[in-house]
Design a protein around this ligand. Sequence first.
Ligand code: 2AM
Length: 273
Amino acid sequence: LQQWESVIPLYFGWFLNEADSRMLKLVSLAHLEECLKIPEFEQDFKNFTHTSDMKDMLEYYLMPESCKEGMLHCTSKFCSFGDVPGSLEYTTSKDVLEACGLCYKLCLVGFIITPRTFGARVKLGSKELILWGQENDCPESLDLPPNTSYGRPFLHNNNYQNPIVNQSNKGKPWFPHCQATLVSSEKLEPSFHPTSGKGSRAHVTLGCAEGVKAVTTGYDLCEVIECEESPEVTSRSRTFALERGWLRDYGKSRWVLYMNRQITVKSLFTGCY
Ligand code: 2AM
């Protein structure tokens, strides 16, 4: 019997394919553009981004270093190659081993917009919650050494398949389970607290201000959830109705767009090495 050594990745998560990543970025910019029709938001956004025209505003958030290939993802467990407590247990758990290489639906229910980050909020279903391995508390900053190289999502274990390479993806891996599938679907009940408890911090980082690390989106979402849970803060937050949902101002330039229709996107669960 051959023994395999477990290789712990930088992180595990649900990855969108390249076409969906591109599409989600466009969809999210369309939402941002709609928010900019609200004069109070526009003024605050111009102030904290130091921009004045639409093009510069929409280009304020940059893809973080960890997403430089342009593939968006929702982190389920940050492992830092084993430095984070519980990484080995998570990596070798039956649930995770069986899930690697499988396709999952991610439901996006809103966006958060702050001076530091732009993120989509993910509402995890019961199947996805089993794989949620992040702390529920707001995480401590865990800085990586400066020369850490960011890998690619990788299919491994029993579900390993050779990525299919064809003309259109020019040598990059392509995930057969996950063809372009961005579907804007179910109508949502108005809710200013769409995620709470375990997994409420799940998100897709869409962009960060220059020099800001992707991990910051989780911190910003933590702050927003604290605001949502505080009657004192919610009672004084302003809400603006938009075609696509409701935009809320939690103060200190923390804005949240609660969508009236969720965006469902297919993703591949795997590790990034
Ligand atoms: P993100 O999930 O908010 O986008 C690689 O750096 C990925 O792991 C990024 O996607 C990043 O943030 C996430 N990440 C980095 N450091 C982290 C940490 N200390 N805790 C949780 N997630 C982290």
